[in-house]
Design a protein around this ligand. Structure first.
Ligand code: NAP
Ligand code: ZN
Ligand code: ZN
Length: 347
């Protein structure tokens, strides 16, 4: 077994503290990675707090992992020692259902294995994430990260990147479309970059007036404060698509009101309360409220390659792991510019 250093939550809502555990020795199809950087996703906060009622403790969060390959199993074809590799939100799936066969492992009919707080297919080994110095993953669930990308700036692509790239591709958002991006945080800032790169006209719908300048620098064309009724009126029935990344409970009906006839509200944020809305709001305008979960492995690789080709990465604040609680506090106050990334050398 491989001794591994990490930070973990020992129980719901606990402060993260140092934690030692063991990873499996790499099997024939496994890649052993020394983790360099791990991004901090708002989902980490939801899971630490057991917001979804599925958390397992002790929990080592982290699913935006970039590191260096230190060893590979005999049958590994894609990776060799020294490569830069990434691991996102999934470390396994059944690999046999219709969705897995289509490369949509995130929708595996038998349940994908999440990178942390999940159960391996043996039904008993709890997965532990990237706030750690090492990880061992089957090569099917490991991504190639181009040398052109800075590892720290690439780490958030493994979740924030693919979670926004995938729905924009699925709904073919591009030239001639007006899109609203709700929430300028980790997901939101990647959504702006991709939507702009795909040719759409982008409006950021934010609760933070102080983010206007940054939004425009990131490439957005317009910026609207959603707590200002007058500004909200100006975008009534304006958008073909809205991508909603809000982590906190909010009024979905307000955003549906900003869609044109046939418009689609794509939800990726995961607030704890259900979506409440009169059917009237979608029936009379043939609107659609949809959801999207991360992306499959082939599309995640496509996204990473696209980013290398188009020089797209995340805007990050690199922190030592000892500052993780301060990072969470800032994220809960919507004060993240625009992704915290942990430098694992600090462990
Ligand atoms: P984040 O970096 O913390 O950004 C969330 C943004 O939401 C904030 O920056 C803020 O933007 C806005 N916001 C408005 N009201 C807020 C409030 N009361 N508290 C906190 N934020 C508020 O979060 P993230 O990492 O982008 O994740 C966003 C959500 O997506 C989370 O629920 C996460 O679990 C979920 N997620 C889903 C998937 C998926 O596959 N569907 C993948 C990853 C994450 P403004 O200041 O601009 O208003
Ligand atoms: Zn995430
Ligand atoms: Zn499957």
């Amino acid at each position: 077994m491989i001794p591994t250093k990490a930070y973990a939550a020992q129980s719901a809502a606990a402060t993260l503290t140092p934690f030692n555990f063991e990873r499996r020795n790499p099997g024939a199809h496994d890649v052993e990675i020394d983790i360099l950087f791990c991004g901090v996703c708002h989902t980490d906060i939801h899971f630490i707090n057991n917001d979804f009622g599925m958390s397992i403790y002790p929990m080592v969060p982290g699913h935006e992992i970039v590191g260096r390959v230190v060893s590979v199993g005999n049958h590994v074809k894609k990776f060799k020692q020294g490569d830069i590799a990434g691991v996102g939100c999934l470390v396994d799936s059944c690999r046999d259902c219709d969705y897995c066969n289509e490369g949509l492992e995130q929708y595996c009919a038998n349940g994908g294995v999440f990178t942390y707080s999940g159960l391996e297919k043996d039904g008993k080994t709890v997965t532990q994430g990237g706030y750690s110095n090492k990880i061992v993953v089957d090569e099917r669930f490991v991504l190639k990260v181009s040398d052109k990308l800075s590892p720290a700036h690439a780490a958030p692509l493994l979740c924030a990147g693919i979670t926004t790239y995938s729905p924009l591709r699925h709904w073919k958002v591009g030239k001639g479309h007006k899109i609203g991006i709700v929430g300028l945080g980790g997901l939101g800032h990647m959504a702006i970059k991709f939507a702009v790169a795909f040719g759409a006209e982008v409006t950021v719908l934010s609760t933070s007036p102080g983010k206007k300048e940054d939004a425009l620098k990131l490439g957005a064309h317009n910026f609207v404060i959603t707590t200002d009724e007058e500004q909200v009126k100006t975008v009534a029935s304006q958008f073909n698509f809205i991508l909603d990344t809000l982590s906190a409970n909010h009024d979905y009906a307000m955003y549906v009101g900003m869609l044109k006839v046939d418009g689609t509200l794509i939800c990726v944020g995961l607030p704890s309360e259900p979506i409440h809305m009169p059917a009237f709001n979608i029936v009379f305008t043939r609107k659609c409220v949809a959801g999207s979960l991360i992306g499959g492995l082939p599309e995640t690789q496509e996204m990473l390659d696209y980013c290398a080709e188009h020089n797209i990465t995340s805007d990050v604040e690199v922190i030592p792991i000892q500052q993780i609680q301060q990072a969470y506090q800032r994220m809960l106050k919507s004060d993240v510019k625009y992704r915290f990334v942990i430098d694992m050398a600090s462990l």
